[in-house]
Design a protein around this ligand. Sequence first.
Ligand code: SF4
Length: 314
Amino acid sequence: MEKKYHYVFGPAPSRRLGRSLGVRVVPLKACSYNCIYCQLGRTNILTTERKEWLPSHEILREIIEVADRLGEKIDYITFLGDGEPTLHSKLGWLIEKTKTETGIKVAVLTNGSLLYIDEVAESLLEADLVSPKLDAGNERLFRIINRPHPSIKYNEMLNGLIEFRRKYRGFLWLEVMLINQLNDTIPHLRELAEKIQLIKPDNIFINTPIRPPAEEWVKPPTSDRILKAAQILGAKKTPITLPQPEFHIEAYPDPVEAIIDITRTHPMSLDEVKQTLMNYGYNPNEIIRRVLETGQVSKRQYMGKYYLVYRQPR
Ligand code: SF4
């Protein structure tokens, strides 16, 4: 990229999607949930309002420009945020245009909370892959973990997922975030498995909060518990069976900008930052110092490691 893009970033590493060009369609951080584990921090715009949060034509123009440049280096163009992408009222139009204009597969990472609304479900039908989340098997845990907008009810959300699966012909990859001592107990996993069986996803991906979460006290389960959960939920892939992602920064004009942009959606451990910068022949300590001097990123400790974390503008 020779110039700075506002809505498109990456290709970012994705353990599910390979080299994924990310697209931001809502501002940081407009979401219908305020998940305790969110790596974007707490939700400052908790909403279910659907509107053209960011300008559709500008977003599409950037997608086409970057896809033209990076073409075969991209596996997916992924709509994901910075928050909940289905809040964007023209998401369906963006998906359709992205596919016809670039010929690249489209994925949507969504919390799935609004799929019970017909026009939201319809807007995703053209996507090649949709990855919604389900972390709780009941309303009580749903409120503790996802802290949804008060208008969202668990059963309505679940029925939205079940109905969407019936209509959707693409690949449905359900994500479950497992949290130590919260939704990783055997009775809860069984309850969750029953709900997942109603949805019938093509695949289940277990994730864990391995990067700094919105709430300091959130921790990942032990490896044993993750493997047990995979067995109960029927998940083929877990964080401990997948390789760590590699970060690519060649598409950015400047390494400082690259690190800031990646941390905006994906906190990076200091080891990852150093390794990435060394891979591209930069002096890591100097670049890290310049990144921190911008004030847009701060250093944070989580689970015994230091991370660079993007600071949300207040
Ligand atoms: S994890 Fe996703 S759904 Fe949850 S608060 Fe963050 S952006 Fe919203």
